[in-house]
Structures are given as structure tokens and as C-alpha cells.
Design a protein around this ligand. Structure first.
Ligand code: PRP
Ligand code: URA
Length: 214
């Protein structure tokens, strides 16, 4: 599969995103800096991911005269992080759209099977009328992302975007094949998964590095 030719997959090559991802990878980057970098990358990715938000002209009075000028219209935005690590990207998107609602999907990977186990789901309604940006820094086997998007669709979600910072080819292909209708944004496409289903070279366990656990 040639990922670069898929219309609804964006793999970023912006130098600022690449630079910040390299800092994230460094095992010597501490919790505070890691958290800031995840938020900044989410904001840079979000700037592009939200470039198709619909606009409508509204009337505004400037100090000079009245004019009609564009503002974000129509569908309301929701950010839905996959807990825990996806939480680290939420403020990056909220910096861009502070009025967005926030839902949560709780999932962890079973250590043996690497399959996702869902433990929480709360989405802002009406889900079907919103553009939903799902955030998770890591797309590894793709199991968590596929299940999270399925869950959002079960609640009626129709316009869904998935934003991650690092993806493995296996996970990207699995997510795209399971949900070919969603837009996927990837900060960097890494080489492969190892036997423990960690992304190589990756950045380790994103949740632990964001929250300083382990
Ligand atoms: C990590 C990551 C993703 C998932 C990716 O979460 O944040 O949610 O693994 O792996 P997958 O593509 O193989 O499903 P984890 O299960 O470590 O939970 P945490 O965020 O609570 O640490
Ligand atoms: N989850 C992570 O946090 N890191 C990986 O490399 C894979 C899954």
C-alpha cells in the first residue's frame, strides 16, 4: 500500500513537526518538556487538520464601516482523546478552537494480546452533528484507534478525523482499511512494530512519558 497516495491520509513533513518529534524521541526529554511538545505538535497538526472547517459570512462593524466577513460555521467541533495519552494532545487543539467540546474514550492495551480493552466512553451530543477529532499520540497495531472510531460511529459520529504523532505502517494500514471514510493525520510514519508491539524507533510509552508514571 502506498500511504502517500491515499487522499485521506496526511503524513506531515513540516520541519517544525519533525524537529519536535525528534525531541520527543530522546529518552532524556523529561516529563514537562515532553508534555509541552505533545501539545505543540497537536496544535501544528490541528492547524492543517481543521483547514476544511466550513465558513459563513457574518456582519461585523469595524471602526470604519459594516462588512460581511467569514467565521467558522455549521458543524460544531469535538475533541475526543483516547485515554490516557491522547489527553496530552487536547490542549493543542483547544488552543485553536477554545469552544470545542471534549469527549473521552478510555482504553488500554492488554499486555499479552496487545488488543484494546475499553473502560470508558463519554461523547458530547449530538455526536452526529459534530466534526470529531480523535487524538492519540501513538498508532501502533491500530487496535485502539479502530475500536475508538467504531465506538464513535456507534454513537452516530459521521465526520471523524484521527490525529496521531507517530504511526507504525501496520497500524496506519489497519485503521485506514477498517475506516476508509475518516481523515488520518500522522506526524511521522515509523519503521515497524517490535515483538512487544512497540513502535520502532518510536518514543517509548507515550502515556507514561506524558504523565511521568513508571
Ligand atoms: C497506547 C497509546 C494508544 C495505544 C496504541 O496506550 O496511547 O492508545 O497504546 O496502541 P495500538 O495501536 O496497538 O492499540 P496504552 O494502552 O499504553 O494506554 P495509556 O495511554 O493509558 O498508557
Ligand atoms: N503505545 C505507546 O505508548 N508506544 C508504542 O510504541 C506503542 C503503543
Amino acid at each position: 500500500m502506498d500511504f502517500f497516495n491515499e487522499q485521506n491520509i496526511t503524513i506531515f513533513d513540516h520541519p517544525l513537526i519533525q524537529h519536535k518529534i525528534s525531541l520527543l524521541r530522546d529518552k532524556n526529554t523529561g516529563t514537562y518538556e515532553f508534555r509541552k511538545l505533545v501539545e505543540e505538535i497537536a496544535m501544528l497538526e490541528g492547524f492543517v487538520a481543521l483547514s476544511d472547517l466550513p465558513l459563513e459570512d457574518v456582519e461585523v462593524e469595524t471602526p470604519i464601516e459594516k462588512c460581511r466577513t467569514p467565521m467558522i460555521a455549521g458543524r460544531k467541533l469535538a475533541v475526543v482523546p483516547i485515554l490516557r495519552a491522547g489527553l496530552g494532545m487536547v490542549d493543542g487543539v483547544l488552543n485553536l478552537v477554545p469552544t470545542a467540546k471534549v469527549g473521552h474514550i478510555g482504553m488500554y492495551r492488554d499486555e499479552e494480546t496487545h488488543e484494546p480493552v475499553e473502560y470508558y466512553c463519554k461523547l458530547p451530543s449530538p455526536t452526529e452533528e459534530r466534526t470529531i477529532v480523535v487524538t492519540d499520540p501513538m498508532l501502533a497495531t491500530g487496535g485502539s484507534a479502530v475500536d475508538a472510531v467504531s465506538q464513535i460511529k456507534k454513537y452516530g459520529g459521521k465526520s471523524i478525523k484521527f490525529m496521531c504523532i507517530i504511526a507504525a505502517p501496520e497500524g496506519l494500514e489497519r485503521l485506514h482499511n477498517a475506516h476508509p471514510d475518516i481523515q488520518i493525520y500522522v506526524g511521522h510514519l515509523d519503521r515497524e512494530l517490535n515483538d512487544a508491539a512497540y513502535i520502532c524507533p518510536g518514543l517509548g510509552d507515550a502515556g507514561d512519558r506524558i504523565f511521568g508514571t513508571k
